[in-house]
Structure formats: C-alpha cells, structure tokens
Design a protein around this ligand. Structure first.
Ligand code: KG4
Ligand code: ZN
Length: 366
C-alpha cells in the first residue's frame, strides 16, 4: 500500500509518500518539506494569509517532487491523506482542496487526518523500535500541549491539556522578549547551550482541579490535575527581565532585548528552558503514576525536538520506555500524516467522501 500525504496546517508545505504491507510499520519513501520560516522571520511570527498564499504557490511542486523522489506516480498511489484539522484556516484550505481534488480526479480513497494524531504517529516511522499500548503521548507544539492516552490504534483520550498558551507558543514569546529570531524554540535551545540554568528561578503553575474547563474525562481521574498553564511562565520571564534591567513593569517588552547582554540572554534562555522542561516532565510523571499500566511514553510535536527535553526525559523515565520522533520528523511534515492514515486504514477506518470535507481550525483528537 502506498499513501500520498499532504500537510499545510501552518507554515510548512509538505508532502510524502509512505508505503507499508498492512502488517508492519510504514516506511518513508519520500518526504518533502518546504518551510516558510524565511518569510516569517522578518515578521517574528506566522501571518495566516501570507502562509496560505505561499502554500498555494508551492503545494503542487512539493507533491510533484514527493512523487518523483518516490519514483512513483499518482496512478500507483493507493490512498490520499491530508491534514484537515486543527490549524490555520487559510493554510488548511490549500492542502485539503488540493488533496480532495486529486482524490476525486484519480478516484482514490481519501483520508482527512487530525494534526495531533499525525504528530503522535511520527513515532511509528522508526520501524525497528515501535511504541506499545497502553501509551501516554505528550503532544507539544506551537498550538497544543496535551497528554493523550492511547489504549490501541484509533483509541485516544485527552487526559491533560493547556488552559492557556501552548508550550511552543511560550518558547516563541520568550524568544521575542529576549530578541532571539523566529521560530523561538530552536533559537532558545541554541542560546541555552551557553547559559547557567540556575541563574533565574521561575515558578511552576499551581492549577486548581476545579478550574478545569474541558469536558471531564470519563476514566475517573480527578479532572484538571494533568492540565498545564504556560502564560504565567511567559509573564514571569518578562518581569524577571524587567527587574534585571532595573525597568518598571510598564516598560514595553519589545524594548528590552537591545538592553540585554549575551550572557543575560543565554542565562534567561536556559533558565526558562529548564523550567518549561521540568513542568512538562513533572506532569508526565504524574500521568504515569495515575496510569501504572503505561508501557510507552511518546513525545510528539515541534517542541519534542528539544535536546534538553530529550535528555531530561531519558533520565526521568527509567522504568517506562520513552520514544521520540527523529528530530527532523518532530515538526510538521507529510510522512507523519501518511503514518496516521496508514494506521487508520489498517484499523478499518473507512475513507471519507471528498465532497463532504469540513475544515475545522480547532477540534479535539478523536
Ligand atoms: O509541531 P510544530 O512544527 O507546529 C505546530 O503544529 O505548531 O511545532 C512548532 C513549535 C514552535 O513553537 C517552535 O518554536 C517549537 O515547536 N520548536 C521547539 C524546537 N523546535 C521547534 N521548541 C523547543 N525546542 C526546539 N528545539
Ligand atoms: Zn504541528
């Protein structure tokens, strides 16, 4: 079985061909990612309309290249998969309309895939070492921070979520305060290599279970105890930078960076990164305690590329096996979309009607 998969939910235009025999894990045949980072570095963040326009320009060449690299053609493809939710509406529109047009014209089964599911399934793209169920996945990206329990393929339950900012968003916002280039995650990670993680102390959020805003989970765990909050950490860094520079809390955040020296930037970056990593791993440790049958811990999403997180996770979880996607597959890519669709297909999920496609900027994994 060969799947052509397309991803345009944010600022990467990506397409891949994956193949599998229906029993074993899928194999990447080609994987093409065109990033818009160079466009958005100038603005310090993604502008959805500009992103959509850029997807429109490159989506067909990217698909063409993925097919060429795989030495295959649309006629030989068995199914077409695409990210349809969650994401930026304009960017999603380009990928989904392209994919569904190809599916209609080529009469191929059509699989719209949830973006967070794809991030988790990046862990199934290393064929020699696969996660086992039940597992806990920590999905950490620019838009999401969730702990998801999976008891089998296609069985997902959100057991923790952020109540405000996503952790990737927090990396991006702290990078902006420190004057580090977009995207903030890799910039913080780089700056953090030179710093002292104990230079500044930031608080960990204390969340009250009763504040839980989601539908209560059905598994009996106290609602909200596995939730995250990252907006306070971002503000704590801002206040600490203002204090370090002797400025009042009213001092504009965008005027702070030029006043910081490189040692201060490195120390703030590493102290912040350590706090974010500790918060993530403390919650995961709590989740593992709550679900003692957990056999695998999977990290997923752009932030899972973070080296400090990877090293700390391997030290924290010595009894349960820990999985990370290859760093190149942590961020948005087409191969993970193909992997998620592959497991939908072999789990018996029927294809969707391409004429009935609905786009959702937000929707929970199901
Ligand atoms: O999964 P992703 O590529 O896109 C979304 O689905 O959001 O995640 C992007 C996020 C950004 O916030 C980026 O700053 C963060 O992942 N990120 C990192 C690293 N690489 C990317 N955060 C921390 N450390 C990294 N090495
Ligand atoms: Zn993503």
């Amino acid at each position: 079985m060969k799947i052509l998969s397309i991803e345009t939910s944010c600022d990467e235009t990506a397409a891949a061909v994956i193949k599998g025999d229906g029993k074993n894990a899928p194999e990447i045949v080609s994987n093409v990612v065109v990033s818009q980072i160079d466009i958005f570095r100038e603005y310090g963040g993604v502008i959805p309309e500009v992103a959509a326009r850029s997807h429109l320009e490159v989506v067909l060449p990217v698909i063409h290249r993925a097919l060429n690299d795989a030495k295959t053609s649309l006629a030989e493809i068995d199914a077409i998969a695409v990210t349809h939710t969650p994401g930026l509406l304009g960017p999603l529109l380009i990928g989904t309309l392209t994919a569904r047009t190809l599916a209609i014209l080529q009469k191929k089964p059509f699989y719209p895939v949830h973006h967070l599911k794809s991030h988790i399934y990046a862990n199934w793209l290393q064929r020699e070492n696969l996660p086992e169920f039940p597992l806990l996945a920590l999905v950490i990206s620019g838009g999401h921070t969730q702990i998801i329990r999976m008891t089998a393929h296609e069985r997902f339950e959100i057991i923790g979520t952020t109540r405000d900012d996503a952790v990737g968003e927090c990396f991006d916002k702290v990078a902006k305060i420190l004057g580090l280039p977009y995207p903030g995650g890799p910039s913080i990670a780089k700056a953090a290599k030179e710093g002292n993680p104990a230079a500044y102390a930031f608080p960990h959020p204390k969340l009250s279970a009763s504040l839980h805003l989601q539908t209560p989970p059905k598994n009996g765990i106290t609602e909200g105890v596995l939730d995250f909050s990252f907006s306070g950490l971002k503000t704590a860094v801002l206040r600490s930078v203002q204090q370090e520079l002797g400025k009042p809390v009213s001092f504009p955040s965008h005027e702070l960076a030029p006043l910081l020296n490189s040692k201060q930037v490195a120390d703030f970056a590493t102290s912040f990164q350590k706090t974010a990593v500790d918060i993530l791993l403390e919650k995961m440790a709590e989740a593992v305690r709550m679900f003692p049958d957990t056999r695998s811990i999977c990290f997923a999403g752009g932030v899972s590329a973070n080296e400090a997180l990877r090293n700390a996770a391997l030290k924290t979880f010595t009894k349960t096996k820990v999985y990370f996607p290859k760093p190149a597959l942590s961020g948005d890519n087409g191969a993970m979309v193909g992997a998620a669709a592959y497991y939908e297909i072999i789990s018996g999920v029927p294809p969707s009607d391409p004429y009935q496609l609905t786009l959702m900027p937000r929707s929970p994994i199901q």
